[in-house]
Write a protein that binds this ligand. Structure first.
Ligand SMILES: [Zn+2]
Length: 478
């Protein structure tokens, strides 16, 4: 029997408000353990939570960016469960009355078509404390860090609209891009500011059955999300083919062994309306103001890039995915450079260099203005592409101008015909057997000799001119 996967994702995003959700402690979980605490977020009995206006605004912007309907009234519940990371015995979360419902995200499916993934609802909640497991001699011990306790989260619950790992990965990517545009959340899977749980079930192909699902947690990259779902689909298929039944449980993705393993469930109790946090009532005017704060979103920006800058759909998608890079792109184009050239250099050289260094563009010293000056030197044939790449890498961490780096490194392109002819003549004289090959009709030799000549010029030769001279010389040998 052929099976179809039914996949829904529950995604926690940590909001980057300055303070925690219900107190004035700094929202910086990475600080020295237990520094950012007070009676409210240590959850001492009797301390009264006070909802942060900033966290509420950031949550609202995030919901609007995901096309959700903000609810006129929302409220917090006590989600009862018992665990050392939650000593008060319940987590403040919106269960019965979430802040937003009925959203959606459009993704590009595997076939290139647009597919809409619906969002059932988004709710706000406080994060729990962090447990650190260590060994003290031979005794295992657990430490508790309350810096994270009470920090603001939103949980985005999708409908089970995804059918394969590819769609799930695209959904996370698109959603992450849209959330980052609002400036409400950093959304790093690697650093845990975005956490993805996947619910996966199988059903016979072509039916509408809803079968028992298995939840998979602990995926720390987009790739992990795809790999874990793919693994789980194969595992469940094997179970069903053997006639076993799928039971409801939670599994952890093990990125080292590339398998999912069952985990022990936590006791979880009921959700009781909380009497201490006031209900959130949203006025029309306030909602209008929030909508006005929403920036141009990636989808709109992509459409504009297609029309205004004449990019291809792929280029426009690449240039609009991250807000900082899209702004960098437009600022560089404003300096008068051809947009496609800017897009191409950003995709091929700048973005990989940032990824290697694990930096955002804002964390480097490269400005759009300096980037544009570098590319215009390339346009004017002052330097060749190889030198431009070298200068680009230096500009990321240097305050020197591109011109200064070129002069200091003697990177100017050699376009002096006599100089290049001398290089070519030497290479030809040193490789008689290759020249002989060329005469017998092996055209590949040109590329080989071209590489040698470029190397002999220390990478500085004007490649167009060099090739012209080489071709002329080879063809003139009797
Ligand atoms: Zn606090």
């Amino acid at each position: 029997m052929k099976f179809e996967a039914v996949i829904g994702l529950e995604i926690h995003a940590q909001l980057n408000s300055a303070t925690k959700l219900f107190c004035d402690c700094p929202n910086r979980p990475g600080d020295e353990p237990n520094r950012n605490t007070c009676p409210i977020c240590l959850w001492l009995p009797g301390a009264l939570p006070q909802l942060s206006q900033e966290a509420l605004e950031k949550a609202t912007l995030a919901c609007l960016a995901l096309n959700c309907e903000i609810q006129p009234e929302s409220a917090f519940d006590q989600k009862v469960y018992y665990y050392p990371d939650l000593p008060k015995g319940f987590q403040l979360s919106q269960h019965h009355k979430p802040i937003a419902r009925n959203g959606w995200v459009d993704i590009v499916g595997e076939d290139g078509g647009i597919k809409r993934i619906r969002i059932h609802h988004i709710h706000m909640e406080e994060d729990v404390a962090k447990l650190i497991h260590e060994m003290e001699g031979k005794t295992p011990i657990s430490l508790v860090d309350f810096n994270r306790a009470g920090t603001p989260l939103i949980e985005i619950v999708s409908e089970a609209d995804m059918r394969n790992p590819y769609e799930a990965m695209e959904y996370v990517k698109t959603l992450r891009s849209q959330l980052r545009y609002t400036g409400s959340a950093e959304c790093s899977l690697e650093q845990g500011t975005l956490r993805v749980d996947a619910n996966i079930s199988l059903r016979p192909w072509g039916t509408d059955e809803l079968n028992t699902k298995v939840e998979v947690k602990n995926m720390n990259s987009i790739r992990n999300v795809g790999d874990a779902i793919a693994y789980e689909i194969v595992r469940q298929t094997n179970c069903l083919e053997k006639g076993e039944t799928i039971v409801l449980h939670t599994r952890l993705w093990d990125p080292e062994r590339c398998v999912t393993l069952p985990m022990r469930g936590k006791f979880s109790g009921p959700c009781i309306p909380d009497p201490s946090v006031p209900r959130i009532v949203v006025s029309r005017d306030w909602l209008k103001e929030m909508e006005g704060r929403l920036p141009e979103m990636p989808g709109q920006k992509m459409e504009r890039f297609l029309k205004e800058h004449g990019l291809t759909p792929d280029e426009a998608a690449n240039m609009s995915l991250e807000r900082d890079l899209s702004e960098f792109f437009e600022a560089a184009v404003k300096q008068g450079l051809p947009p496609r050239k800017v897009a191409n250099w950003m995709t091929t050289h700048l973005v990989p260099a940032l990824r290697d260094r694990n930096h955002t563009i804002g964390e480097t010293l490269l400005t759009a203005e300096r980037f544009a000056r570098l590319l215009s030197m390339l346009e004017k044939d002052i330097i060749n592409a190889q030198a431009a790449k070298e200068v680009l890498l230096q500009l990321l961490s240097s305050e020197e101008t591109p011109e200064e780096i070129v002069e200091k490194g003697h990177l100017r392109q050699v376009s002096d015909t006599a100089e290049l002819e001398a290089v070519i003549d030497r290479i030809i004289a040193e490789h008689p057997s290759d020249v002989e090959d060329f005469r017998r009709g092996n055209a590949k030799v040109t590329g080989f000799l071209m590489g040698l000549a470029m190397k002999a010029s220390q990478g500085k030769a004007n490649p167009k001119l060099l090739k012209e001279i080489l071709t002329k010389r080879l063809n003139s040998i009797p």
